[in-house]
Design a protein around this ligand. Structure first.
Ligand code: PEP
Ligand code: MN
Length: 335
């Protein structure tokens, strides 16, 4: 349930109403937007009398929210959420360009890529240290050493780092990581999501291979229900009957999510296609569809990458994509 307050309602009135609502066993979420303040009520609102609320001077409207996701719902928080990460941000006007290798492989590799993607305009560095591989015999990542190498690259370039967590027990290793990624395979690892909800780190939550947008938003809700509202959603393609591409990029997810939620939305055209030459057209499509950013795999030697070489761009190709994306963003702004 949400209550939209009349313009001019004082902080004192808001606090009085909130404490009464809390005394009714509800969690209260206050969103002070550019035009209105919205009070979101979370919990069992069946006992709350709408007429009683409407009778209060300060209340303009009261609405019941039918969707099962509440904190992530745009109705609770009409303005876009902007998540600050180091000296950059995701959501709002800034366009995030998250780039780097699928896996951190060595100091030389990650340092060279970090320098090159930064020069090409990346705003964050990605790199897998704990890798969710389909085969247990494939490279599983450098683990804690991989995170150390990312931190080294962060120190040298100033780029905030994004890396995937697979096990909540590893959280102490992520202390200096700027954005913790939850991969597609863990989107519904609810125990992991709950633990991340107790941190204050930005979480990049990837859509599961066969999950609906509602399920993605319910997973975001798990993190937010624990108190961590810093969730970035990531569309990375879903599994369909098509086999020429690794997955099928659901571009319509971007405007659909935009309507449903206030959380920032980034698109990963690398895992969505699995094919390096499809990354640029899909990146442009994502920018045109209104995404808040892109996450793109870049490798200095794609042919010898330990993971996901066929979908990795060279730094030069990434630089070409960033320039084209900027042109699309400018065109969309004018349109
Ligand atoms: C990744 O980003 O490295 C990754 C494993 O992606 P996904 O979880 O989307 O497959
Ligand atoms: Mn990958």
């Amino acid at each position: 349930m949400i209550a939209v307050l009349k313009n001019g309602t004082s902080d004192n009135q808001i606090e009085n109403l909130s404490s009464w609502l809390r005394s009714q066993g509800l969690d209260v979420h206050i969103s002070k937007g550019s035009t209105h303040t919205v009070i979101g009520l979370i919990g069992d609102t069946t006992k709350i009398d709408e007429e009683l609320l409407l009778g209060l001077d300060m209340i303009e409207t009261v609405k019941r929210i039918s969707e099962p996701f509440k904190s992530a719902n745009r109705k609770f928080h009409p303005d876009d959420t902007i998540i600050n990460v180091g000296n950059t941000s995701v959501g709002g006007k800034d366009f995030a360009l998250i780039a780097g290798p699928c896996s951190v492989e060595s100091e030389e590799q990650v340092m060279e890529i970090a320098r090159e993607v930064k020069a090409a305009g990346a705003t964050m560095l990605r790199g897998g240290a704990f890798k969710p591989r389909t085969s247990p015999y494939d490279f599983q990542g450098l683990k804690a050493d991989g995170i150390e190498l990312l931190l080294l690259a962060k120190r040298e370039t100033g780029l905030p780092i994004v890396t995937e967590i697979m096990n909540a027990n590893h959280l102490p290793l992520f202390e200096d990581v700027d954005v913790i990624q939850v991969g597609a395979r863990n989107m519904q690892n609810f125990e992991l999501l709950k633990e991340l909800g107790h941190t204050n780190k930005p979480i990049l939550l990837k859509r599961g291979l066969a999950n609906t947008l509602k399920e993605l938003l319910m997973s975001a809700e798990y993190i937010m229900a624990g108190g961590n509202e810093n969730v970035i959603l990531c569309e990375r393609g879903i599994r369909t009957f098509e086999t020429y591409t690794r997955n099928t990029l659901d571009i319509s997810a971007v405007p659909m999510l935009r309507e449903l939620t206030h959380l920032p939305i980034v698109v990963d055209p690398s895992h969505a296609t699995g094919v390096a030459k499809l990354v640029k057209p899909m990146a442009l499509a994502a920018a045109a569809a209104g995404a808040d950013g892109l996450m793109i795999e870049v490798h200095n030697d794609p042919a010898h990458a330990l993971c996901d070489g066929p979908q990795s761009l060279t730094p030069a190709a990434f630089s070409d994509v960033t320039k084209a994306v900027k042109r699309v963003l400018a065109a969309v702004e004018e349109a």
